[in-house]
Ligand binder design. Structure first.
Ligand code: NI
Length: 173
């Protein structure tokens, strides 16, 4: 199974809005497997298909410390969310080395399909809630830095562009 390439902010492809999955079949299950492997390899707690340039509504998450709580959410929807919000420090595999605070609803009720095509409905709180909301944003073409101030966004862009220039020079050397 291949490790997929993760797109880096501010890559314009991260702005693509993902399409719903029409049928959960072996092709989708393979995407889920490859995404899970890519997420574990990158030591992330979540990955949206958008980040690996696949524009279908699929996310994988695992917020457990033992890395044995993989969950695939296909066509995820937030059915309800709490009025109570919480601020969390977030990071993103597409925005390496950048962490900042984002405020989101504390609790969300989610409906989705699993990798067998079965409907699942559950309530998420804490880190799982943050992670699912963050990944669902990706499917809408949204990145967590969009929530930050303009100044912070342009600093992050400048820093990542500098990093990728250094990487390109190192690769040529
Ligand atoms: Ni992310």
């Amino acid at each position: 199974m291949p490790i997929l390439e993760i797109l880096n902010y501010p890559d314009a492809r991260l702005r693509t809005v993902a399409k719903p999955v029409t049928q959960v079949d072996d092709r989708i299950r393979q995407i889920v497997k490859d995404m899970a492997e890519t997420m574990y390899d990158a030591r992330g707690i979540g990955l949206a298909a958008t980040q690996v340039n696949i524009h279908e509504r699929i996310i994988v998450v695992d917020v457990t410390e033992d890395r044995n709580g993989l969950r695939a959410l296909i066509n995820p929807e937030v059915i309800s969310s709490s009025a109570q919000t919480k601020v969390h420090q977030e990071g993103c595999l597409s925005v390496p080395g950048v962490y900042d605070e984002v405020e989101r609803p504390d609790l969300v009720r989610i409906r989705c399909l699993d990798e067998n095509g079965e409907t699942q409905e559950f309530e998420a709180d804490g880190l799982l809630s943050v992670c699912i909301q963050h990944e669902m944003d990706h499917l809408q073409g949204k990145v967590f830095v969009d929530y930050l101030s303009r100044l912070r966004q342009s600093r992050i862009q400048a820093r990542l562009q500098k990093q990728s220039r250094i990487q390109a020079q190192t690769a040529r050397a």
